[in-house]
Design a protein around this ligand. Structure first.
Ligand SMILES: NC(=O)c1ccc[n+]([C@@H]2O[C@H](COP(=O)([O-])OP(=O)(O)OC[C@H]3O[C@@H](n4cnc5c(N)ncnc54)[C@H](OP(=O)(O)O)[C@@H]3O)[C@@H](O)[C@H]2O)c1
Length: 254
């Protein structure tokens, strides 16, 4: 009798999702677990949320553990990666998802707000990627997925710091993709539009109404709709896709 079992794509592989405790990162953890990937869930403050994600992942039958670290801090990130290597032995899929906003129109933008957004969104990706890239290259297989934003492509009022950070991630994606392509490591970015998470919960209702009006689909996106692209890019069959930005925005930017 031929087997009817559906082969999972990421059996034996390990993913690290930064900011996996909530929102899009949480959905990425669940989506990757659907492919039987073991998951390291990074968070900075929300221990309980991270533990809830870990429990959900274990309930799906995959190995999972949470790792607290502020990825904007090099020393904390290095300790986290050491712990992950001890516990899981490898990282095959890195989702550079953790991010923050600190909005102000540029005339009111302080150096501190500018810097805060850059160090988490951009330096954070540097810190984590440099910690796991060598072992991916040595094994000849890896997937790096950077969470950028529609704001990098369109701009947005009050988000010059965030636009710079997310635009930087697109440049990083393309440059790194060229450097490691021959090593079997792909590097891509996902650019969500406005997605229903805690991040957009603080956006004023009238702004969200305007966003819906400007979105051909007439609604915000869901974290699962972003996570599906991350799952797709992580698959072994996505091996010829690198340096790309996948837009998930209901048609708001084409
Ligand atoms: N929501 C949107 O509309 C949207 C659109 C485009 C792009 N994005 C991007 O998608 C990513 C996820 O956004 P989201 O909406 O899911 O955000 P969210 O609900 O606010 O969750 C942010 C996540 O990042 C983590 N995080 C924040 N700072 C961190 C740090 N210094 N070190 C480690 N982890 C940190 C948080 O951990 P704790 O739980 O511990 O705080 C949390 O897990 C971000 O990069 C965001 O810029 C979001």
């Amino acid at each position: 009798m031929p087997s009817t079992a559906i082969e999972k794509d990421l059996v034996g592989k390990v993913a690290l999702v930064t900011g996996g405790s909530r929102g899009i990162g949480r959905a990425c953890c669940i989506a990757l677990a659907c492919e039987d990937c073991a998951i390291a869930v990074n968070y900075v403050r929300s221990e309980k949320d991270a533990e809830d994600v870990v429990a959900a992942l274990r309930g799906m039958g995959v190995k999972a553990r949470s790792f607290q670290a502020d990825i904007s801090k090099e020393d904390q990130t290095n300790v986290m990666i050491e712990q992950i290597m001890k516990e899981f032995g490898r990282v095959d899929v890195l989702v550079n998802n953790a991010g923050i906003t600190q909005d102000k129109s540029f005339r009111k933008m302080t150096r501190d707000l500018w810097h805060k957004v850059l160090v988490v969104n951009l330096d954070g990706a540097f810190n984590v990627t440099s910690g796991v890239l060598d072992q991916m290259c040595e094994r000849g297989w890896g997937r790096i997925i950077n969470m950028t934003s529609i704001v990098a492509q369109m701009g947005n009022f009050g988000q010059s710091n965030y636009a710079v950070a997310k635009g930087g991630l697109i440049g990083f994606t393309k440059a790194l993709a060229r450097e490691v392509a021959a090593k079997g490591v792909t590097v891509n970015a996902v650019a969500p539009g406005f997605i229903e998470t805690d991040m957009t919960a603080s956006v004023p209702a009238e702004t969200l109404e305007l966003v819906k009006k400007l979105t051909p689909m007439g609604r915000l996106g869901k974290p699962e709709e972003v996570a599906r692209a991350v799952r797709f890019l992580s698959a072994p069959q996505a091996s010829f896709i690198t340096g790309q930005v996948i837009n998930i925005n209901g048609g708001m930017y084409m």
